[in-house]
Design a protein around this ligand. Structure first.
Ligand code: ZN
Length: 287
C-alpha cells in the first residue's frame, strides 16, 4: 500500500519539482545504516539539484549572494556514528558538503540520548517498539524538570559516540558541525534558565573545539516556541533550522528554515516524492 502511494506520488514529482523550483530544500537525515542505499539517493540528488553548503547559505543571508538553481542542503541530526562511518565516505566521494547537528553533551562519551534509554528499558520489559515510542511521546510532553527526574528510572545505554577527533575530521571533509543543544531537551518544555544553560554548555564545547557551528542551530524534535526563539536571538544565532517537513518559501527567514524529513535507506520512489515536495504537500493537506 505504502509503496503504491509513493509510486503514484512520484508521477507528480516533476510537477512539484517545477512548482517549487529554486526554493531551498533542506533534507534532515538521522543515520546512515546502508552506504549503498544512501549513495543511490546522493547520485539522484546530484543529478537533480545543486547541493550547497552552510557557508553558501551564510553568504546568501550576509551578503545577498544568490543561491544556485534548485538549491539543496543535506543535514543530519543527533550525531550518530554511522554518519561518519557510512555517510561521510559517500559525500566525500561525490565532493559534497553537508551539515551535522550534534548533541554536545554526548561527544566523547559512550552514552546514548535519553530517548533511546526509554526505548531500551521499555522494550526490555516487553513493550513493542511502537508502545515504547508512545512512552517517549509522553516524556516529550512533560516539563523538562519532571522528565529529567523521571529519567533516573532509565539506566544509561552504552553507545559509542563521535569523538573530538571525529568532529575535526568531519569538519575538514566538508561537513559543517552545528548545534543541536547540549542534552536534546524539548526546549518548549524548558524554563528560560534551562534553555540558557543548554546553550551556554553547548557554546563551551564549540569554543573548546574552535568550531564556528554554535550559531547554526536545529531545534531538538523541531520544538520551536516564542520563548526559545527569543533566547536564540539573544545568543545571536545566525541560522536556525526546523523539522517541519516543508520546502522553504521564496523569502526565507534565516531563523526559521524548513527541512524535509528523510531516511537514508528509503527506497527511491518514496525518496523522490519527499524531496520533490509532493509528499510534504500532501502531508500538510491531510493535517
Ligand atoms: Zn535531534
Amino acid at each position: 500500500m505504502r509503496g503504491k502511494v509513493y509510486s503514484a506520488l512520484s508521477s507528480f514529482h516533476f510537477f512539484f519539482k517545477k512548482k517549487y523550483a529554486n526554493r531551498l530544500r533542506v533534507l534532515a537525515y538521522h543515520t546512515v545504516p546502508d552506504e549503498m542505499a544512501f549513495e543511490k539517493q546522493v547520485i539522484y540528488l546530484k543529478s537533480q539539484y545543486n547541493i550547497i553548503s552552510i557557508e553558501n547559505l551564510q553568504l546568501h543571508f550576509r551578503k545577498n549572494m544568490p543561491l544556485p538553481k534548485n538549491p539543496l542542503l543535506i543535514t543530519f541530526d543527533d550525531g550518530d556514528v554511522t554518519v561518519l562511518k557510512k555517510g561521510l565516505p559517500v559525500l566525500k566521494k561525490h565532493s559534497l558538503s553537508s551539515c551535522l547537528f550534534i548533541i554536545t553533551g554526548l561527544i566523547n562519551t559512550s552514552k546514548d540520548v535519553w530517548i533511546k534509554r526509554i526505548e531500551a528499558k521499555e522494550m526490555k520489559e516487553g513493550k513493542s517498539y511502537l508502545q515504547a515510542r508512545g512512552v517517549v511521546k509522553n516524556f516529550k510532553q512533560i516539563s523538562n524538570l519532571e522528565r529529567v527526574g523521571r529519567m533516573e528510572e532509565y539506566p544509561e545505554v552504552y553507545k559509542p559516540q563521535l569523538t573530538i577527533e571525529d568532529l575535526k575530521e568531519m569538519s575538514q571533509s566538508g561537513m559543517f558541525i552545528a548545534n543541536h543543544t547540549h542534552s536534546h531537551p524539548m526546549l518548549d518544555k524548558c524554563t528560560p534558565e534551562e534553555i540558557s544553560e543548554e546553550l551556554t554548555q553547548a557554546k563551551e564545547v564549540f569554543d573548546g573545539l574552535q568550531l564556528p557551528g554554535f550559531y547554526v542551530f536545529a531545534y531538538p524534535n523541531g520544538n520551536a516556541d516564542e520563548q526559545t526563539t527569543k533566547i536564540l536571538k539573544n545568543f545571536r544565532m545566525e541560522l536556525v533550522f526546523l523539522f517541519d517537513h516543508k520546502i522553504n518559501k521564496k523569502n526565507m527567514d534565516p531563523l526559521n528554515i524548513s527541512r524535509i524529513r528523510v531516511d537514508s535507506d528509503t527506497e527511491m520512489t518514496e525518496f523522490k516524492a519527499k524531496v520533490s515536495g509532493a509528499h510534504p504537500f500532501l502531508f500538510h493537506l491531510k493535517k
